[in-house]
Ligand binder design. Structure first.
Ligand code: SF4
Length: 362
């Protein structure tokens, strides 16, 4: 059997085999991030990737190429590996996008995995996102590599010497990089407290109504912008506030946690709005409380606003805030099991990556 495989690999028919593989690159659909849009573009009618003998397939067992389209997270890394394992040989991997190379705009994020740590990569295509032309060029490069018989090796770059082509005038060579001016513009005034001038008469009326309906339950209710109201209160009063508001402000848009380690507190924010009352539809009401950082517990409002449930679970896993009465507390719901605990806390540290520049570093 081995000699037959060897015969196909290096015998007189190997050229035909490689030629066939070259023009039959079928990437499996594995859209992992926004780079996928550029892949779609490369295979749409404008660039027509199919004319290069490459066509996207839906089933990994009939494909021989994975194009990793951008970011790979811890959860997705498993899927990438399982997909790759199921593909028949010979198989190839192209990684497109800065996220797949080194994390891109999520660089050093707790959730990022380098695809090259999971599967052997043939070509990397840099860019954010890379253009369809760049992707097609990557496919052409892979085709050339298939014809030479190399597989699963990493990309090699040769050093280009452009001095014979480009002549740089002496005065430009002498020019130094300009240093930035010490001050570019006056620092803007940031106003945290105090009243801003906002023209929103309905908002003033709404605040009066809220103050009447929620008497004794709030610390302050203020207009922060057009269609924006901020209600400050204490955690134990939030269930009663939710109970009274749930028919007018009928859903939670987001639950947010702000970590303030130097004051040993978390700020909890529920942003609520209305689908049912037309005049309230554009209004966002933020309900804000503070809880101690060393015992971060807050009543769950999911009983009053079911749409808060999912977001409370998220905030629990990211920050370790315990939303009392939410049955999902303490369970792993969103992050993969090997994710470090509470990764969005400000004191969370990733192991430091060190880069060493070798050779001529001028
Ligand atoms: S490289 Fe840019 S375009 Fe591609 S997945 Fe990352 S952020 Fe999106």
């Amino acid at each position: 059997m081995d000699e037959h495989i060897e015969f196909l690999k290096s015998g007189p028919l190997s050229l035909v085999k490689r030629w066939g593989a070259k023009w039959s690159l079928w990437p499996v659909h594995l859209v992992t991030a926004c780079c996928g849009v550029e892949l779609a573009h490369a295979y749409a009618c404008g660039y027509d990737g199919e004319r290069l003998g490459s066509l996207n397939y839906g089933i990994c067992r009939q494909t021989n190429l994975i194009i990793v389209e951008g970011a790979i997270t811890r959860k997705m890394a498993k899927v990438l590996r399982i997909t790759w394992e199921q593909m028949p040989d010979p198989k190839f991997v192209i990684v497109m996008g800065a996220c797949g190379l080194n994390g891109g705009l999520f660089w050093n994020g707790y959730h990022m995995v380098k695809p090259s740590d999971v599967v052997p990569v043939d070509y990397f295509i840099p860019g954010c996102p890379p253009t369809p032309e760049a992707l097609l060029r990557g496919i052409r490069a892979l085709q050339d590599k298939i014809m030479t018989g190399e597989t699963n090796s990493t990309a090699k770059f040769s050093k280009a010497d452009l001095s014979s082509i480009i002549e740089i005038p002496e005065e430009i060579k002498q020019k130094r990089v300009p240093t930035p001016p010490h001050s570019i513009a006056k620092a803007p005034v940031i106003q945290i407290d105090g009243q801003r001038e906002i023209e929103w008469d309905e908002g003033a009326n709404l605040i009066q109504t809220l103050k009447k309906d929620l008497e004794g339950l709030y610390i302050s209710i203020e207009m922060t912008d057009l269609n924006r109201i901020c209600l400050k209160t204490t955690p134990e009063k939030t269930p009663e506030i939710a109970e009274r508001l749930k028919f007018t402000f009928d859903h939670v848009k987001s639950v947010n946690v702000v970590d303030v380690p130097n004051e040993n507190k978390f700020i909890i924010e529920y942003v609520v709005s209305s689908y049912g009352v037309k005049d309230l539809m554009p209004v966002l009401l933020s309900i804000i409380t503070e809880i101690p950082r060393d015992n971060p517990r807050h009543p769950s409002l999911a009983k009053h606003w079911p749409s808060a449930d999912y977001m409370e679970r998220e905030m629990h896993e990211f920050f370790g805030v315990w939303f009392e009465d939410n049955p999902w507390m303490g369970r792993n719901f969103l992050l993969s099991p090997d994710t470090p605990e509470y990764p969005l806390r400000k004191d969370f540290k990733l192991p430091r990556e060190t880069y060493v520049l070798r050779g001529d570093s001028r």
